[in-house]
Write a protein that binds this ligand. Structure first.
Ligand code: AGP
Length: 616
């Protein structure tokens, strides 16, 4: 959700904050703002719209000073407008705050504050929090800023990552976190610190970071350095970690959009997800991060996969893999539903939580619930050091590298790669897979990056097809078996970036309802690759054509039958059916990308969305 950035040191704060907000814009882009302390007073510039709008405003009204905070917003309370943009301030900019998260009891707190004479300029919950700090300060003489923030946070119900700056303290920022991520970078100069919602704005300045834990408060002071306490006022020791991320990974590298770059990175990202884990010559699959828990998986009576969005689609592919290869029953749950049901969870259940960001609020809550009920939790995450990997018993990183485009692409294929390795490893441990099949799948998996490469070479052809369908208002995506979750993923990609209404269905379900929608204006993307249900899907294509629907078919190279029926075909390389999801999703990503670009949509920052959904 929202992006947070803070700076304190000897350099000019505003350019650092602005650059940081540009890096964090994928987290939210409704509005943006910056506040800088000029050592006498705090000055503030904020406005509706993208960080580029803020940049223009800052050119007109430059902010001077070496300490400041900045924010890019994804609206929760109140519409995106100048008033609701962060930072929020008390009278005369005495104190300012930026916040990511939701203060659930803001209404009750606000009523009390209004009774005590506070007035508000915005609809946000964040403004309530800074008034609460102010209220505490007014009522307790000589109270420090840290102590006032700490006391305020004790009254708050909800999630927050905040940074507070006060006119009285020109050398200090107070940062705190609960439920929403916050990281502090330790600068190269003494007394220099960077604060951010994730490491992306920090990496160009320093590799040494401290990730705050829930309910920790950092006092970041130019003179006395970094101190950590918790909201009970107990002292904590900062644990400094070294970032492994490379700066180039955060740049577009010559591509027009991050999404396109990330689609094209997949031969590399899939290879990186397998690196050190797959040894074809020795016939070994080993995921170091789950070694100690592998027996739990082998003996699991059931696997429950929890995730949201694209990660949930990867989970559905995982269901096929674990059932087919390791013969373990699998349930795939939307984390947001699972957490609010009263699910039956046994101690011999293994819960696999999948998340690109490692910060998704619903997935985190599902993990907590399953943990409390005694299940073993394994994470599959992309962002190193994020909350989910720190909350699970064990896990495997996907190593896809930073994914900046809001539409998930390389994260999906990396998740499916890790799930495939996991299922193969468990299948081998359980003895549910014949050696010859195991060995053949290792060889085929190892060759997947080259096959993705081949699909990427079809880009021009896919662009041509996109041009043909760019004005569609609806689309259906059909698949069977492992290609059904791929159909769901294809539909999600199209709707989220092009705003065309699209639905994914298991192909056979079409005749139970969606077939009523088919006419000559309805494009139907059918994933009709070779496999056990090929003949069935040929029939589904015939059913669509009989109703004059337009068929775009993704088929295996050399296919004749579907090609003869479809309006457009995309031929992809042959691969074992259980690995097909890794290949068949690629043309669907490209198709959505080109349609969205042709429609003039902002593919990297689609409307209403944010990369990391840290509120429920
Ligand atoms: C996918 O394109 C979306 N951006 C979204 O569905 C995403 O996959 C979902 O919000 C889950 O995020 P996570 O993987 O970071 O947990």
């Amino acid at each position: 959700m929202c992006g947070i950035v803070g700076y304190i040191g000897e350099q000019k704060a505003a350019p650092i904050l602005l650059k940081g907000l540009q890096r964090l814009e994928y987290r939210g882009y409704d509005s943006a703002g910056i506040a800088v302390h000029d050592s006498v007073q705090i000055n503030l510039v904020k406005c509706k719209g993208k960080v580029s709008n803020l940049q223009k405003r800052l050119e007109e009204t430059p902010l001077v000073g070496n300490i400041g905070i900045g924010h890019t917003r994804w609206a929760t309370h109140g519409p995106p407008n100048d008033e609701n943009a962060h930072p929020h301030a008390t009278a005369n900019n005495e104190m300012v705050i930026i916040h990511n998260g939701i203060i659930e009891n803001f209404d009750t707190l606000k009523k009390g504050l209004i009774q005590r004479g506070h007035t508000f300029q915005s609809d946000t919950d964040t403004e309530v929090l800074i008034h609460l700090v102010d209220d505490i300060k007014r009522n307790e003489e000589d109270i420090t800023l840290f102590e006032a923030v700490r006391k305020a946070l004790n009254e708050v119900v909800g999630a927050y990552a905040i940074v507070v700056m006060s006119r009285e303290n020109p050398n200090q920022l107070i940062a705190a976190k609960k439920g929403s991520p916050l990281v502090i970078g330790i600068g190269k100069q003494e007394g220099e610190y960077f604060i951010a919602s994730d490491a992306t704005p920090i990496i160009e300045h320093t590799k040494n970071v401290v990730y705050l834990e829930d309910e920790e408060i950092a006092i970041v002071d130019r003179e006395s350095g970094l101190q950590l306490r918790n909201i009970k006022n107990q002292e904590k020791t900062p644990y400094i970690q070294e970032l492994k991320m490379q700066l180039e990974a955060l740049e577009k590298g010559g591509y027009e959009h991050f999404m396109l770059k990330e689609i094209y990175e997949q031969p590399r990202s899939v290879r990186d997800s397998m690196r050190g884990r797959l040894n074809v010559n020795k016939g070994i699959v080993a995921l170091g991060g789950i070694r100690e828990y592998e027996q739990k998986l082998i003996q699991a009576k059931r696997i429950i996969i929890v995730a949201c969005g694209t990660s949930w689609h990867a989970g559905l592919v995982g269901e096929y893999l674990f059932e087919d290869l390791a013969r373990i029953p699998v349930e795939v749950e939307y984390a947001s539903e699972f957490r609010y049901r009263n699910p039956i969870i046994a101690e011999d259940d293994v819960v696999i939580a999948i998340s690109q960001s490692g910060e998704t609020a619903d997935t985190l809550a599902a993990i907590e619930m399953a943990k409390q009920r005694g299940a073993t939790i394994i994470g599959i995450c992309n962002v190193i050091g994020s909350t989910i990997p720190r909350t699970t018993h064990a896990g495997s990183y996907t190593h896809a590298g930073p994914e900046i485009g809001v539409a998930s692409t390389k994260a999906f294929t990396a998740q499916v790669t890790v799930l495939t390795l996991m299922a193969l490893s468990v299948a081998q441990g359980k003895g549910t897979i014949p050696h010859s099949r195991f060995q053949r799948l290792l060889i085929e998996l190892d060759a997947v990056p080259e096959k993705i490469e081949k699909v990427l070479q079809l880009d021009d052809q896919i662009q041509y097809i996109a041009d043909y369908y760019k004005n569609a208002t609806n689309a259906l995506y059909l698949g069977r078996g492992i290609n059904f979750p791929v159909a769901l993923e294809g539909a999600l990609k199209l709707k989220e970036i092009s705003y065309i209404h699209a639905e994914g269905y298991p192909a056979a379900e079409m005749k139970h309802g969606p077939i009523a929608l088919i006419d000559e204006n309805m494009p139907v993307v059918v994933i009709a690759t070779q496999g056990a249900s090929y003949d069935k899907i040929v029939s589904n294509v015939q059913e669509v054509k009989a109703r004059k629907g337009k068929v775009i078919a993704v088929v295996t190279q050399g296919d004749e039958q579907v090609k003869a029926l479809a309006d457009h075909t995309i031929e992809i390389p042959e691969v074992d059916e259980v690995l097909m999801g890794l290949i068949s999703v690629i043309p669907l990503q490209l198709l959505s990308y080109h349609v969205a670009v042709m429609r003039g949509c902002n593919v990297d920052q689609p409307r209403n969305l944010a990369k990391s959904v840290t509120v429920e």
